[in-house]
Design a protein around this ligand. Sequence first.
Ligand code: HEM
Length: 534
Amino acid sequence: MASTIMDLVRDIDVEFSPLIVCGIIAGVVFACWQFLFTGLDPREPPEVRSSIPFGHLFGMLWYKAEYVTVLSRKVKQPIYTIRILGTRMYILCSPEFIQRTFANPKAFTFEPFVSTAVRRLLNISEPDMKILLQEPGPEKLPSYAQDIHDLEHSTLTPGAALSQLNDAFQTRLAKSFNEIDTEGTTVNLHSWSRDVVTQAACAAILGPDNPYEDDPTLIEALWDFETDIVLLILRILPSLTARRGYVGRARLRTAYLSYHHTGLWKQGSPLLRGMREIGKKHGFNDTQIAEWDVLFTIAAVTNAIPISFWMLSYILADPQLTPSVRGELKAIVTVKEDGKGGKVLTLDPRMIREHCPILISIWEEMLRFTSQPTLGRYVTTDTVVNNEYLLKAGSVVQIPTGITQSNPSYWGPDSSSFNARRFFKTDKDGKEKASKDEREQEKLQRRAYTPFGGGKNLCPGRHAAANETLSFVAMMIYAFTIENKDGKPFKVIETAPRAAGASVPKAEGDVEVIIRLRDDLRGARLAFAGGEGR
Ligand code: HEM
């Protein structure tokens, strides 16, 4: 109780000082003035006004992260401006404009969004924040943010460090698969797959002796933190309004700190060790390093875990797909005697791209269909895009990728539904089947396809995400039968509204299933080539 009161006092103290209240009033007056009197430059994209005053603001409050997507579907313009409380937002719905902004990261930057969120999430002081983000000074030393960016891209692009991460993921995943009861295990598929894949993803980043192994309830704490992240960034009485996330964050902080103090970080991934080294170089203490590690873990699981569940669900819901996928997976699976009277089934995820075109098509379609982030960029300098429109410094660019990723002129009349074979490119003999027109269409699609964002901030974890999802789904489909507990045909469950900042929505509710090893594999141990446990 006493600690709750202290939390409250701390929140109020931070958020509602007289200075901040005056600031808010001044901001509102300024915003109203802007709204009523400031015109747009004629070279700016056309303005879309709402029919009622402050309509866009209400729209944002109502639809949250989805508002610009909902509005863009109605407006049907390639580029337009809206104003909310005096801030200009340019909404980009055409691949042409989107690619131009990706190509100019100096003028259109993502960093202010990250730094504001991180500062508020971790309570970093202004001076520390300056150190964090400082531009290279006269000595030309890169900032912490730049060092981390470079590290992420070097350790997560194909190479030795990524292979090590992938192998560690698969080793831990195989352990969970081998724990499934031979007679069958009844689970809630959504929460079970979330826990199994999270456990493996954390082992990949943090190493085999990580806090989640000692205390699996930390998985729940991680997802509580992830779910409440927007409320924690807003910081309006977080100990009350985001209680679960608030407590989860504190538990994770303590657990990661102990992981660093006890030296367990030494068996972590090259990425994790690199983050620690960079933190130390920039003068961070262990608590700050631990907090960054927690945030990175969130970035690594927030989209990859839900998409694993969706991909498995869409395959299970189509009776034709399971046999087709199993058929092509045969080429990458071996079953051998293990020398101890048993057998071991080994699946090699590194061969999926070459041998499993249907599975790859499903993965790419899954990304198109579910990963529809609204990307944000801050305009740092007045810039003309495409020799056509002026985007003014101090404004915000919003890119609702759901618009381009479901536009029928790029994707055809079935653009708003899931089509497992949309990206299937080879005929039975493995020859390219695309005609010239189809190849032109593919070019358009490639420009309209941004499930991982783009430009300088293109998701560095995209290769790891592909490995995680494909390894999980491939083994689930190949080695197990998965049936609804109530005996009815499997159906894809509802999606929850996409959270602000998330690319992939989570599921609403759950579905109870029985997972059983296939009869012909009874007694076999499951393993991945690359991962241990063979
Ligand atoms: C299917 C799974 C995933 C999806 C759909 C996804 C999507 C995204 C998107 C849309 C962005 C923002 C890009 C932009 O603004 O242009 C992003 C950034 C990021 N993602 Fe992912 N991501 C996934 C998995 C992962 C994984 C597995 C990791 C780590 C292992 C990861 C680490 C990051 C990081 C560190 C950033 C920030 C990059 C920066 O600011 O430069 N992501 N991701």
